[in-house]
Design a protein around this ligand. Structure first.
Ligand code: NAD
Length: 462
């Protein structure tokens, strides 16, 4: 433990000193590091595929789409826009202050700490790092101990590609995390569970350190009654969003579907057909789907099905391959609402379908629960869209698709309420790791005397 403290403390002191030296502030340094990240992923694609396969059984296409592709896109986007981002912006001033001018100057926060999660272990580590570098900070990155192959890949490559005096990776579990949290960071960016999010916030409070919490929760889909090809597209997008991104182990993954009662049988049949086409039948023959990250999570997900009411609601799937940690895509129709599967984040390939008399009732259903990270709505009804936007609160709302918000650099990515706070991606990442400093330039010309004493009652003397 003492050794961990010493190592962590030494890294921190070095980063603090290098931040103060101004090393990371220049545009050239920032661009060089962003290009180095691009080089790191481009030159090591096969190793990344291998590591993601070892940690999660991720298919290379999925790995490229959700990890390598995401990192490339983000680094390239930052490189294209960084000059504009770092330039001071003109500030507006009241006429009373004439003649003066003002600017808003973005400055790096300092030494920042980034915690990553295991489900997208490359992109959720490197994407926030791109934001921290773009803003000119020095960084400690703490990847998740639950994705050991990806973590050791990053631990090996980051020192080879990036400026080791300004960017350090620290490996370890909660013991190391706790030591890191004792230090006075200028920002903590955390991706993970609400449980650990609370620990992060209370540690940060001691030092008044600002935090961004990228948490999770239960993201619903509302499926309005569609038909024909619209319905087919919707079912494919639901299946892809639920099972095709880390087997449902995704923060913006679909947790459950709300549908009108009379429409449920059609939906179940279409989903079954889609699962068979996309992922195959029976747990031993599954393809193109990730495995569950480890035995603990595997047991946690299987336990969700043990409740007799929940088990009775299974209409498709429900089998496991314990040895290889696979869980079959599983559909449940109206499981009990007080069962854990409906009160806790599922984070796995189980999909409850909740039926209501009218689709409009979904708003009340969602509002009776913690604010989700995302709400997905498949509908063509403009009035319902408007009503939903006005009457619900969530990190994002996506109409007629799933998960795609993750690759949109022009949109803020983040939660609200129990799904977290703060946002990142694109310029929002830069802002998350920057302080906007107000700068005001005054002239010595024109002194308005009444602002200074002596003041004699209400009578102003010039
Ligand atoms: P987690 O909270 O268990 O772990 C996240 C990080 O916290 C890891 O780096 C871990 O080492 C560290 N940690 C664990 N215990 C700690 C402790 N006691 N003190 C300090 N740090 C500690 O979360 P997870 O299992 O990695 O991820 C799953 C959760 O993350 C889900 O709830 C999911 O919704 C959420 N998530 C959110 C996003 C997002 O972008 N909003 C993305 C992915 C995952």
């Amino acid at each position: 433990m003492e050794e961990i403290s010493a190592r962590v403390g030494q890294n921190f002191a070095e980063l603090r000193q290098n931040f103060r030296s101004g090393r990371t502030r220049g545009l050239v340094w920032r661009k060089t590091q962003l290009r180095a990240i691009l080089k790191l992923v481009a030159e090591n694609e096969d190793e990344i595929f291998e590591a993601l396969n070892r940690d999660l059984g991720k298919h290379p296409v999925e790995a490229y789409r959700d990890e390598i592709g995401v990192v490339k896109k983000s680094a390239e986007y930052s490189l294209r826009h960084i000059e504009k981002w770092i330039a001071p912006k003109k500030g507006q001033l009241p006429l009373l202050l004439f003649p003066s001018k003002a600017e808003v100057l973005p400055e790096p926060l300092g030494v920042v700490l980034i915690f990553a999660s295991w489900n997208f272990p490359i992109s959720l580590a490197l994407d926030p790092l791109i934001g921290a570098i773009s803003a000119g900070n020095t960084v400690v990155l703490k990847p998740s101990e639950l994705a050991p192959a990806c973590t050791s890949f990053l631990a090996c490559k980051i020192p080879l590609y990036l400026d080791n005096k300004a960017i350090k990776l620290v490996e370890g579990g909660s013991d190391v995390a706790e030591k890191l949290l004792e230090l006075k960071w200028d920002k903590i960016f955390f991706t993970g569970s609400a449980r650990v999010g609370r620990i992060i916030m209370s540690a940060a409070a001691k030092h008044l350190t600002p935090v961004t919490l990228e948490l999770g929760g239960k993201c619903p889909i509302i499926l309005d009654s569609l038909s024909g090809s619209d319905l087919k597209v919707a079912v494919k997008r639901i299946s892809g969003g639920k099972w095709g991104a880390c087997a449902g182990q995704a923060c913006i993954g679909i947790d459950y579907v709300i549908v009108q009662r009379k429409f449920a049988p059609v939906l179940v049949e279409l989903l079954k057909k889609c699962i068979k086409t996309l992922y195959g039948e029976e747990v031993e023959n599954l393809k193109n789907i990730c495995r569950i990250v480890n035995k603990n999570h595997f047991d946690r997900i299987c336990n969700l099905l043990e409740d007799p009411g929940v088990a009775a609601s299974i209409v498709y799937g429900g089998s496991f391959d314990k040895q290889n940690l696979f869980i079959e895509p599983t559909i449940l129709l109206d499981p009990p609402l007080d069962a854990e599967i409906m009160t806790e984040e599922i984070f796995g390939p189980l999909l409850p379908i909740i039926t209501l008399d009218e689709v409009e009732e979904s708003i009340e259903f969602i509002n009776a629960r913690p604010k989700p990270l995302a709400i997905y709505v498949f509908t063509k009804n403009k009035t319902f869209k408007e009503k939903l936007l006005q009457e619900t609160s969530s990190g994002s709302v996506i109409f007629n698709d799933t998960m795609i918000q993750f690759i949109c650099d022009g949109l803020p990515f983040g939660g609200v309420g129990e799904s977290g706070f703060g946002r990142y991606h694109g310029k929002y990442s830069f802002d998350t790791f920057s302080h906007e400093k107000a700068v005001l330039h005054r002239s010595f010309f024109l002194e308005l005397e009444p602002r200074h004493p002596p003041w004699n009652g209400f009578k102003l003397e010039f």
